[in-house]
Design a protein around this ligand. Structure first.
Ligand code: NAP
Length: 304
């Protein structure tokens, strides 16, 4: 049995792991994929303090993982399916294992939202991608489109200009949501063209994507554009399905916590992108993780 079981090894989970293990609490971090979460897929992180020239997402994630492990946090590669409370112990049912713990920190983050249009599922991995850092290099001297107007979409578009000869940004409004510094960089980049007030209606291709049908939401007009790939960056869906029966969520599925990261279930905390919050960044995820771990320690003390 562990003092603290953390579900998710992104910046929130790894920071929680660091704080819990360093406080001499026996700590396990359960991760389905790879440590670092979405941050590990980010080419360069420029807004995490301490790295004046920025740092690669994968490099930052690896450093966070090593730091948590150095203090004794264990990382287990497995997926959480369900949490069952038995007396004062939480039994976390995993894909092919189970873990018992006195407290749980939910830090599973969020995953990329799907467009839900014809061709999207069919061409995923064959021209449809949700991660420019992962797949951008396949598009050297090609034409790609990015869908979305937030920070992720604009960062992805800028990143893709390293490889592609042309990058369309397709946005459903005529104004970006992304921070001004990213907007300025995108507007100044001659490889990026904006298609405003438009949504993707259909993704077409043969073996791989070669065409998008784009609809202007103001005029209803349909236009076909030739592309070799499409990167979808229209926001996130919190990974809360496995706790939705026991934890209070908001109407978008994010976990509701107080500022101590406590959920509605005493002993279960949440940290990072998985919870309802005003700013989802590596720095706020790390902060949430630290608070959740300290509160988990206090909870254990209060039970003794
Ligand atoms: P986001 O901020 O929610 O932006 C999603 C974008 O996709 C919006 O422009 C939205 O349009 C558009 N969109 C949503 N649903 C759509 C649909 N069905 N069809 C077409 N377009 C759709 O998501 P995000 O960019 O992934 O960012 C998530 C969070 O991470 C944000 O808090 C962001 O600040 C943060 N983040 C920060 C950084 C950084 O600081 N460097 C980098 C990446 C992400 P509307 O604008 O019309 O709503």
């Amino acid at each position: 049995m562990f003092d603290v079981a953390i579900i998710g090894a992104g910046p929130a989970g790894l920071s929680a792991g660091l704080y819990a293990a360093r406080a001499k609490l026996s700590t396990i971090i359960i991760e389905k994929m790879y440590p670092g979460g979405q941050a590990a897929m980010t080419y360069r992180i420029e807004n995490y303090p301490g790295f004046s020239d920025g740092i690669g997402g994968a490099e930052l994630a690896e450093a966070m993982k090593s730091q948590a492990e150095r203090f004794g946090a264990k990382i287990l590669n497995n997926g959480a399916v369900k949490i069952v409370k038995e007396d004062n112990i939480f039994n976390i049912i995993l894909d092919d294992d189970n873990v018992e713990a006195k407290t749980v920190i939910l830090a599973a983050g969020a995953s990329a939202k799907k467009l839900g249009v014809k061709g999207e599922i069919e061409f995923t991995g064959r021209g449809v991608s949700y991660c420019a850092t992962c797949d951008g290099a396949f598009y050297a001297n090609k034409t790609v489109a990015v869908v979305g107007g937030g920070d992720t979409a604009i960062e992805e578009a800028l990143f893709l200009t390293r490889f592609a000869s042309k990058v369309y940004v397709i946005h459903r409004r005529n104004q970006l949501r992304a921070t001004k510094i990213l907007q300025e960089r995108a507007f100044q980049n001659s490889k990026i063209s904006f298609i405003w007030d438009s949504v993707v209606d259909e993704i077409r291709g043969k073996d791989t994507v070669n065409e998008l049908v784009v609809k202007n939401v103001k005029t209803g007009e349909l236009e076909s554009i030739s592309v070799d790939g499409i990167f979808v960056a229209i926001g996130q869906t919190p990974l809360t399905d496995f706790v939705k029966d026991i934890i209070s969520l908001d109407n978008q599925g994010y976990i509701i916590t107080n500022e101590h990261m406590m959920t509605n279930v005493p002993g279960i905390f949440a940290a990072g992108d998985i919870r309802q919050k005003p700013l989802r960044q590596v720095i706020t995820a790390a902060s949430d993780g630290a608070v959740a771990a300290v509160e988990a320690g206090r909870f254990i003390e209060s039970m003794q």
